[in-house]
Write a protein that binds this ligand. Structure first.
Ligand code: GDP
Ligand code: MN
Length: 382
């Protein structure tokens, strides 16, 4: 689960990381009031789950409360188009903070290194900008240290990494404290990623987390009731939110061919085959193992909520999932949902024949293999 910058800053502040003064606003008027309270110049920051907001115009400086209100008016309700989100992400809130006079920008980050089976702490003096770009163009500018899980991040490791990265001497002791706090927050929140980018040194020598990012491992959410209120805001796509309420694994992808399958691997392969056949998948949807008719009907309803969907491909390989149950679900769906788009179905495995028999005489287009199914759905939706 991704949480917003202002939420990540709330968490980090609890662990002792200094953050700029500020508050979140849902309306332009609120933004003006906050700017007034803060006094002086402020920065108005779009709260979206996407990086690169600065370049996308989502970070705006304001000299007066009126200007802060104008910026908030322009941002709230708009869609922020970033390199990672070309379709744009809706802005519902802005963070209004005291503007900083930045002398230096550094990068501090922690994530899991699967290959090394350890958490990796990353530090760079080239902070502020896109860290992926730094990693590509100046890989030597990122210093990494791996954490022994039984030991945790040691202060000497943090200090060494910061020195090696070439961080200004006067910033090292605070950066060490921040890095240790970031690690505590990362472990304590069951995070999969924790970042302060940039960690800034202001012109008058104050170290602060100017931006913060925290991704929480969904599998650990059950033991973090404190993140309950963050969850509401984390699902910005209404269809994804509805799918998750119904216990369905669904990810919207932006294309026009709806995909339903059982098992994440099979669904991923189906996405690949559809792409290979020249189509654009609208979504990922996994009905899981042993799905009953009701769940299949629900899955079809979810996929059809996306108005871009021009056709649906079912790819089910029955193990504990039974072909006749899937067929019943599809039939119920067609009956109750007034489906107007073509549906291609590839059904194999347990009770596939019974399932296909149930679908005889309907307008469903059968296919024997996944490749054939992919070709057919691309053909009929073209
Ligand atoms: P991101 O682009 O989504 O990562 O958003 P950031 O919060 O990291 O902002 C991007 C850049 O905007 C930073 O690297 C800074 O250079 C600049 N920036 C952010 N906050 C402030 C601020 O309060 N004052 C000033 N002057 N610049 C800021
Ligand atoms: Mn940033």
């Amino acid at each position: 689960m991704k949480i917003h910058e202002y939420q990540a800053k709330e968490v980090l502040a609890r662990y002792g990381v200094a953050v700029p003064r500020g508050r979140v606003a849902s309306t332009p008027e609120e933004a003006r009031v906050i700017a007034q309270e803060l006094g002086g110049r402020v920065v108005v920051k779009a709260q979206v789950h996407a990086g690169g907001r600065g370049k996308a115009g989502g970070i705006r400086l304001a000299d007066t409360p009126e200007q802060a209100e104008q910026h908030a008016r322009a941002l709230i309700g708009s869609r922020l188009v970033t390199p990672q989100a070309p379709q744009g992400v809706p802005v519902h809130k802005v963070l209004v903070e005291e503007a900083l006079s930045i002398a230096q920008e550094y990068y501090l980050g922690i994530t899991l290194d699967r290959a090394k089976q350890r958490d990796v702490v990353m530090v760079s003096a080239m902070g502020g900008m896109d860290i992926e770009q730094v990693a590509e163009e100046h890989p030597d500018a990122i210093v990494k240290v791996w954490v022994e899980p039984w030991q945790g991040l040691m202060p000497y490791q943090a200090r060494q990494a910061l020195y090696d990265a070439g961080i200004a001497r006067e910033a090292v002791s605070t950066a060490t404290r921040f890095l240790l706090a970031l690690y505590k927050a990362y472990v304590g929140s069951d995070a999969s990623l924790a970042e302060i980018n940039p960690f800034v040194l202001t012109t008058d020598g104050h170290p602060l987390a100017a931006d913060a990012k925290l991704n929480i491992d969904d599998n650990a959410l059950f033991r973090h009731p404190e993140f309950g209120e963050y969850k509401e805001e984390s699902e910005e796509d209404p269809i994804e939110a509805e799918a998750h309420r119904r216990g369905i694994q669904y990810v919207r992808l932006g294309g026009d061919i709806g995909i339903i399958g059982n098992g994440a691997g099979l669904v991923m392969s189906t996405l690949d085959e559809v792409s290979r056949a020249g189509g654009k998948p609208a979504n990922f949807l996994d009905i899981g193992g042993g799905a009953k008719a009701d769940l299949v009907r629900n899955a079809l309803e979810i996929v059809l909520m996306d108005p871009n969907v021009k056709g649906v491909l079912f790819n089910v390989f029955g193990g504990i999932t039974r072909g006749d149950e899937v067929a019943k679900g599809i039939l119920e769906g067609i009956r109750s949902l007034q489906v107007k788009v073509p549906i291609v179905i590839r059904l194999a495995g347990t009770r596939a024949e019974e399932g296909l028999a149930l679908l005889q005489g309907t307008e469903l287009i059968p296919a024997v293999t996944m490749q054939e199914a992919a070709r057919k759905i691309v053909e009929v939706t073209r």
